[in-house]
Design a binder for this molecule. Structure first.
Ligand SMILES: Nc1ncnc2c1ncn2[C@@H]1O[C@H](COP(=O)(O)OP(=O)(O)OP(=O)(O)O)[C@@H](O)[C@H]1O
Length: 279
């Protein structure tokens, strides 16, 4: 059975005593090796959740446990070793003058021995397919390459959880797809939990579970198929539905007996093929 890795217990948070509550009574669990997508309209509290997960912020009410440890001053450094985060803009995340310096930086801070650092730099740059850029200055890389290096730097610390907070938002669709393929391979191989905060529906349908936030509260927690079956309700809270799900609905309205809830081209084609063979 999968172990619980992250637990939010009745968490409420606001950015100051005079400020409105940004999260209210939020509870959920994330398991080891799981891929969870967090979605929600702008300002619904997704990034705040990410920052609470590695102790960049502390909740005013409720409790957060990471691998059984409460997020507080006593555990925050250990927690940051276990929870790695990559944000939207890679330019704000570079500290080294070369790609390999950059990957080394986080390890130096955590006292990883030199030989071990050399091995890990090799491994993580290979994992994100950037091994040929080890001596390149980060500002010479493309947006997608920069995000790969940012991910490699986080992986070098060997976290148990990787959080991508809109980390592919600035890339084109091809770049996004490539990064997500790399990350999901790494997740499966290294058995880490992956949490993706995203507006990209293609990313969401690949996750095992989706947490939908609405105005600081958990609105729904289910598989992508279950979530996207609630098309009209999702629209009411300002969220889109994958194009294929809408197309399948339109086909149903036009009399085709589609019995499943297809979420991608392959599933819709399979459904149409089955219908065709019954005709
Ligand atoms: N540093 C801050 N100080 C005050 N309020 C903040 C701060 N950061 C975020 N907020 C407010 O908290 C609320 C939730 O913000 P958060 O960034 O968590 O939402 P989000 O769901 O990630 O949004 P988006 O999809 O736009 O990135 C918003 O109303 C936002 O204005």
């Amino acid at each position: 059975m999968r172990e619980k890795f992250i637990e939010f217990r009745n968490v409420s948070f606001r950015y100051g005593e005079e400020q409105p509550w940004v999260l209210e009574n939020v509870s959920f669990e994330i398991y080891q090796d799981e891929w969870v997508a967090i979605i929600g309209h702008n300002g619904s509290g997704k990034s705040t959740i990410a920052k609470l997960m590695n102790g960049l912020l502390y909740p005013q009410e409720g409790e957060i446990l990471i691998n059984g440890m409460p997020v507080n001053d006593e555990h925050v450094w250990e927690i940051r070793k276990q929870v790695g985060m990559v944000f939207q803009n890679p330019d704000n995340q570079f500290v080294g003058t070369t790609v390999q310096d950059d990957v080394a930086f986080g390890m130096e801070n955590r006292g990883v021995p030199r030989e071990e650092m050399v091995t890990r730099i090799d491994e993580v740059l290979k994992a994100v397919r950037m091994e040929d850029y080890r001596l390149t200055e980060p500002h010479r890389l493309s947006g997608g390459q920069k995000q790969r290096v940012a991910i490699a730097s986080v992986l070098a610390i060997q976290p148990a959880v990787l959080i991508l907070d809109e980390a592919t938002a600035m890339l084109d669709p091809k770049g996004r797809k490539e990064i997500m393929r790399t990350v999901s391979e790494i997740q499966a191989k290294n058995e880490i939990s992956l949490i993706t905060i995203t507006h990209d529906l293609q990313e969401v349908v690949q996750a095992e579970r989706v947490i939908v936030m609405n105005s600081g509260k958990v609105w729904e927690e289910a598989t992508p198929r279950e979530v996207f079956a609630k098309k009209d309700e999702l629209r009411k809270i300002g969220l889109d539905v994958p194009y294929i799900a809408l197309l399948a609905d339109e086909l149903k309205r036009n009399g085709l007996e589609i019995s499943t809830e297809p979420l991608n081209h392959e599933e819709l084609l399979e459904e149409l093929w089955t219908l065709h063979s019954k005709m």
